[in-house]
Design a protein around this ligand. Sequence first.
Ligand code: ADP
Ligand code: MG
Length: 685
Amino acid sequence: MAVSSFGSLDEALRKKLEKLGLFSDLDLVLHLPLRYEDETQLLPISAAIPGNLVQVEGVVVEQEILLRPRRQLVCRISDDSGTLCLRFFSFYASQTVAWSPGTRLRVLGEVRAGFRGAEMVHPKCRVVRDNLPLATTLTPVYPVTAGLPQRTLSRLITQAFARLQQKQLLQEILPQTILSACQLSGFVDSLSLLHCPPAGVPMAALQQRSHPAWQRIKFDELLAQQLSLRCHYHQRHSQRAPALPQQAGLQQKLLAVLPFGLTDAQRKVVAEIGRDLAQPYPMQRLLQGDVGSGKTVVAALAALQAIGNGYQVAVMAPTEILAEQHFRKLSDWLIPLGVGVGWLSGSQKKNQRQLELERTATGAAMLVIGTHALFQETVQFNRLGLVVIDEQHRFGVGQRLALRLKGGGEASIPHQLMMSATPIPRTLSMSYFADLDVSVINQLPPGRSPVVTRLIDDSRRDEIVARIREACLAGRQAYWVCPLIEESEALQLKTAVETCETLSQTFPELSIALIHGRLGSEEKSAIMAQFSQGTVQLLVATTVIEVGVDVPNASLMVIEHAERMGLSQLHQLRGRIGRGSAAGVCVLLYQQPLSEVARKRLQIIFEHGDGFEIARQDLLLRGPGEFLGTRQSGVPLLRFADLEEDADLLEMARNVAEDMLRDYPHEAQRHMQRWLGRKEDYLRA
Ligand code: ADP
Ligand code: MG
């Protein structure tokens, strides 16, 4: 197709463009300036304010090559108002000739106060003969790559623009009604303004990307993303899944024996999930709830709905510890109701695994819990109706797909419930997660006391010791979290083993255990069981306890080298305490010096307890690319729009996307083609 190639270009140039991600004329035209230079005006030398980028013109009055402190070419130019010193640390011999005294030079650069008056270092420089007219448009500065000068790229963009115009490939796609309703500028006009803004367009509005032309381009980008995600959302409704209507029996029985009643928020999400399961197309629902909000019981109720209809359920967790905890809790709840529960893990003995595989294949196990082991090809289900994925952000897209296919291939796809305690900020869930339905548990069970967070410099760790002793002797339990197990001098992290030994000497009166990722799963589960029962008072741990571990009596946590951990990791860890009635205290030990980001992170975790707010701040700190991690590996990130800054545009794009898919499906397709082109395929994963 015409848009997917350049005009004729030599190979070397093509390579350079590809390095910038530019593969077609359209890519070139959508390669927009980072900033602009103003060559439409000339200032008198004396009027140039230090720190500003300005253009001035003067005659070379003096030229010399200095050797100290560094070899450099110095030219002094002057106009009627004053003189300016130009310094070049790299220069050609030909330039010393071209810029000899008497030559008139027009220079653009940042003025600064030098040792001997105003100066510019490496200004952009042109010799003025006769009369050189001033530019009539601002000069764009594009992202470039080595060996590709601005001027070349600029010329290529202009040529590509002309070619596309001529082929009528840049016409307006959006219907007039939408343009007027949203007060959007035209597509071509916006592009052409951004590539060469007429003199007089406010530079600030361009640089800050608030100019209507920028708004239009950002809107288009967001709209393409929304259209694509909503398309997938609608496509899902044409796929088939077993309809699993509400079967009150089993759910009622579980609710009757639970030692607590559901919160309103839990009740609401159980109903949302229940409605989805009853549909003949696959649910893909993301259940978000802060740590400790009670997602497990919601998953159990959803499972019972599927099981009540004679379908199996797979529950998958990212770590062995967490999977096992689910196994214990769900067995306690469901086996008394007559539901067979199965267990599959990577570390299980061969014949036990064989047995579990059989129970899974025959349907003797209606609920099967496990880790990644659930994905493996040898695992066959009898009738899989629902897949529950805990802490979904830990799994890649591929793994989730693998499990989905176990439901019986294309003919019927199991429903999917993804759970996440890493709350996804609203703008993110509106954009990158727009293909999913989202339920939120926005309430913690009653009787929780908020966790108090303390930031303490590592040099004052002795003060904490007294606290731990006091708490443990009063019958409570504590975690001591170390970031690494193996000695790594480079990072100067204390090893868990050493810490455990030291702590055992410090607290001879306490029962202390160590848990870390290198232990066998039987050892791990034995230790966790002892901690749950209270026979272990102080648990020294690596971050293996980060996700989902639930021991209500543990109310104290010390985290060493907190400055090295990410925000969501800290929030998850802290979520392990404050689950019972005793007020939780979380001590974050940090070691100086702190990097700027580390300081900021600690401040955020100290100031905020609400997971959504922490996630929002995290997004601001890291940007969506890093925040999203594996899940989004294939999804094109936004180039122009900024989720937080352009939240209004995002909201508008979302509404317009729905309208367009309904009323203007053809235009919707063309818009996606224009903006996503090749990238569209990735999104299908
Ligand atoms: P998370 O959402 O982090 O997975 P869990 O499901 O592990 O949270 O629940 C945390 C704790 O709260 C568990 O001990 C669970 O039994 C308890 N819990 C869940 N729902 C309620 C409720 N409505 N009232 C009281 N306790 C509850
Ligand atoms: Mg959980």
